[in-house]
Design a protein around this ligand. Structure first.
Ligand code: HEC
Ligand code: HEC
Ligand code: HEC
Ligand code: HEC
Length: 291
């Protein structure tokens, strides 16, 4: 073998090593974001979640999602649980605050979070239970599941000690949800079919949201400093669009952005308290509020 060939092979081996290391590093990043190690793993395999565990299944996603026969009455992807009507909740409104501007419409994705966090139904109430069979449109508990832990009662969420995860149905002491962004929504701008809306916030106390047409529908979000600007990512504050049915918006053709639980929270992240970005120096609050 000539020196040149040997050198070429050496370089080739080095390239392979570098690529392998890079692939390993990428894989490690992917594996890092793990719902399995969080409080949102309610299955039997999460020993860390001693407060909420059922012996009924080791699956994780099934407590919230099903690949088939999901609940289309709620704006949450492939949702596997019955949800309460929006009218079941007392919301943060003008009765609570003299300065609030936005209209509240409790028909959005917050109902999905509340299907556990209001404490009214067992957390293993599912439309499509694990395995073949087990479909029940009104929802049913996992067969043979036994709940353990202090902060549950027959599998429904309760509060104990200093923990307040169970929000109940009175939401007047919680940050408003199901509420228009921008202090009453976006005032003007392109119709629903144009790529970018130039609409501006009705209230300058809010940072202007980014928007775009995704799959033919208006999508809104508030860019955070995490990740690239201008494209929607899960580390942005996601705003949830509603058809323009609210008074005053009916003629503009504009899908209005709303704040929901999942605007601030990503139910799959390993960040503390499932926040989309860590709340260092109140980064979550300052993403939206211009204070
Ligand atoms: C505790 C409830 C819960 C569990 C458990 C859960 N999800 Fe979700 N998931 C949600 C909610 C709520 C949304 C909608 C949130 C949003 O709009 O970003 C969602 C959205 C998603 C989305 C679309 C948005 C995104 O962030 O990519 C995917 C994909 C997804 N979930 C996959 C999974 C998988 C896979 C599992 C199991 C490993 C899982 N989820 C477990 C509640 C859950
Ligand atoms: C299947 C039931 C279920 C659903 C649906 C669900 N959660 Fe949870 N969530 C839990 C359980 C159980 C805990 C653990 C509570 C505890 O330990 O006190 C939890 C914990 C949390 C916590 C952290 C509390 C803490 O002290 O660390 C947050 C924040 C949270 N959930 C937000 C959400 C949001 C937002 C949604 C919707 C996007 C959602 N959850 C949907 C069951 C659920
Ligand atoms: C405007 C942002 C925002 C919205 C909207 C929001 N949260 Fe939170 N939530 C937070 C922040 C920030 C924390 C962390 C508070 C802390 O560190 O004490 C939190 C904490 C929590 C906790 C843990 C409670 C605690 O302090 O021990 C739960 C459970 C929770 N949220 C559930 C929800 C649910 C369910 C909804 C919708 C009904 C919701 N959140 C809507 C920002 C939000
Ligand atoms: C996703 C955007 C968003 C985030 C993040 C957010 N807020 Fe809000 N906040 C709103 C909207 C929209 C309203 C409703 C304002 C209105 O309609 O006048 C609101 C209302 C409030 C109000 C009541 C205002 C009033 O006039 O009664 C307070 C206080 C508040 N937010 C504090 C916070 C704090 C503290 C945080 C961080 C923990 C936070 N917000 C995070 C969007 C957000």
């Amino acid at each position: 073998m000539s020196n040149q060939t040997r050198e070429a092979r050496g370089i080739a081996r080095l390239v392979v090593k570098v690529l392998t290391l890079a692939a390993f590093a990428l894989g490690a990043v992917g594996a890092h974001a793990g719902i399995a190690n969080t409080k949102h793993n309610l299955g039997a395999d999460n020993a860390a979640n001693e407060n909420y565990m059922t012996t009924g299944t080791t699956e994780i996603c099934v407590f919230c999602h099903t690949p088939h026969a999901s609940n289309t009455a709620v704006q949450a992807p492939l949702w596997n649980k019955p949800v309460a009507a929006g009218t079941s909740y007392t919301t943060y409104t003008t009765a609570t605050s003299a300065t609030i501007d936005g209209s509240v419409d409790m028909s959005g994705i917050s109902l999905a979070c509340l299907s556990c966090h209001d404490g009214t139904q067992a957390m293993d109430t599912m439309i499509n239970k694990p395995g073949s069979g087990g479909y029940a449109a009104a929802g049913a508990a996992i067969t043979g599941g036994v709940w353990t832990g202090a902060r549950q009662s027959s599998g429904a969420m309760t509060n104990a000690g200093e923990f307040i995860s169970m929000l109940g149905t009175d939401l007047t002491n919680d940050h408003p949800v199901g509420i228009q962004y921008c202090g009453g929504g976006v005032s003007t701008g392109g119709a629903v079919t144009t790529a970018a809306s130039t609409g501006s916030c009705r209230d300058a106390d809010f940072n202007a949201p980014a928007n775009g047409l995704i799959g033919g529908h208006r999508a809104w979000w508030v860019d955070t400093s995490a990740g690239a600007n201008g494209s929607r990512q899960k580390t942005d504050m996601i705003l949830y669009a509603r058809a323009p049915t609210l008074a005053g918006d009916a003629t503009s053709g504009q899908y209005q952005p709303f704040v929901e639980c999942a605007s601030c929270h990503d139910p799959h992240t390993e960040n503390a308290t499932f926040l989309r970005v860590p709340n260092t120096q109140s980064a979550v609050c300052l993403a939206c509020h211009n204070k």
